[in-house]
Design a protein around this ligand. Structure first.
Ligand SMILES: Nc1nc2c(ncn2[C@@H]2O[C@H](COP(=O)(O)OP(=O)(O)OP(=O)(O)O)[C@@H](O)[C@H]2O)c(=O)[nH]1
Ligand SMILES: [Mg+2]
Length: 321
């Protein structure tokens, strides 16, 4: 039995074929399956893995309201003028139910809504195991296999997971605002670490050059690599600086392609993804084991101190073998 919500692997292949032929609805459905996780998402991943690896992924991160979407819309415009095709994923890690940020992003990206060479998709976690940390690379893989040469991932850089997602791209752009240097931000060090390009957006506001200088100083303190992250300025609302940002993204792509860093980063990423899949799979198993009727009996024995937790765990694992 095949239902529209639970297609079999063959249907997933058909869906991919339809998406490949340019059907946007098929692509949207494929992305929904990815978001939902589970066996269909895995089937999509399996079908697309071998064909992926051509797309260049660009992460855009920064504090809420830094102007990521506005700036990105300008960058997409520049890239389009240069004849590029791009897919944009706006990741909303905040909650599965919040739609505010996503709605805002839709409005800001609306310049590109009717352009068949731009694909824009918002993704939220549906609460499945591994969440966006696993869904994002899968979504990228689908777009990649379908022939999108650029995948831009925008996410709010406030927490560990968000940095993980955006840090897991080929080129990472960190968007800050004037005054960032003085602000106490918990994951500043994390952002410094993942940034390939810095952009001080809202450069129409005072303090821009000071912020650029502060970032320069922080970068000088960190271990030098063979890529020196440029520090750019932009005004998202006017499009100022968007062309320079696109140029920097292309320069970084060329650099890491030639240096071999692209390949090593990607190899490391697949390894991280494997670890993440293992973690999620094991977590799922733990949840199943600790919910069953056997666990309930053991819990009572634990409460009566007839059994210690190690012995109980062993018994559950034995039963599951
Ligand atoms: N003054 C000024 N305002 C800007 C600039 N860029 C963006 N904005 C405004 O800043 C606000 C937030 O912009 P967004 O592009 O939604 O920011 P964001 O980082 O995508 O926000 P979230 O996705 O909610 O984290 C909007 O009102 C923009 O118009 C800029 O360069 N200067
Ligand atoms: Mg946004």
């Amino acid at each position: 039995m095949t239902s529209p919500d639970h297609p079999l692997a063959a249907d997933v292949a058909e869906l991919l074929e339809a998406a490949r032929s340019g059907q946007r609805r098929a692509l949207a459905r494929a992305m929904s399956l990815v978001e939902r996780g589970g066996s269909q998402a895995r089937a999509l991943g399996a079908l697309t893995f071998a064909q992926s690896g051509s797309a260049h992924t660009v992460g855009i991160t920064g504090a809420p309201g830094a102007g990521k979407s506005t700036l990105n819309s300008g960058v997409v415009g520049v890239a389009r003028e240069r004849g590029e095709r791009l897919a944009v994923l706006a990741i909303d890690p905040s909650s599965p139910f919040s739609g505010g940020a996503i709605l805002g992003d839709r409005v800001r990206m609306s310049d590109h809504t009717f352009d068949e060479n731009v694909y824009i998709r918002s993704m939220a976690t549906r609460g499945h195991l591994g969440g966006l940390t696993l869904a994002t690379p899968l979504a990228v893989r689908v777009l990649d296999a379908l022939g999108w040469p650029w995948v831009v991932i925008e996410t709010v850089g406030v927490g560990q997971i968000e940095t993980e997602i955006v840090g897991a791209t080929d080129t990472t752009v960190v968007v800050v605002n004037p005054g960032w240097g003085d602000s106490v931000q918990a994951n500043k060090a994390g952002l410094m670490e993942i940034a390939d390009i810095f952009v001080v957006n809202k450069a129409d506001r005072p303090g821009t050059s000071e912020t650029c200088r502060d970032i320069r100083q922080m970068l000088d303190l960190s271990a030098p690599g063979d890529w020196d992250p440029p520090i750019l300025t932009s005004v998202g609302t006017t499009g100022e600086g968007a062309a320079e940002l696109w140029d920097a993204i292309c320069a970084h792509r060329d650099h890491c392609t030639v240096s071999g860093e692209l390949e090593s980063r990607r190899a490391a990423r697949v390894q991280t993804e494997l670890d993440e899949v293992l973690r999620a799979t094991i977590a799922e198993r733990v949840a199943t084991l600790s919910e069953g009727p056997a666990a309930e009996r053991l819990r009572q024995q634990l409460a009566r101190r007839e059994l210690d937790p190690y012995a109980a765990a062993e018994m559950l694992l034995d039963q599951d073998r």
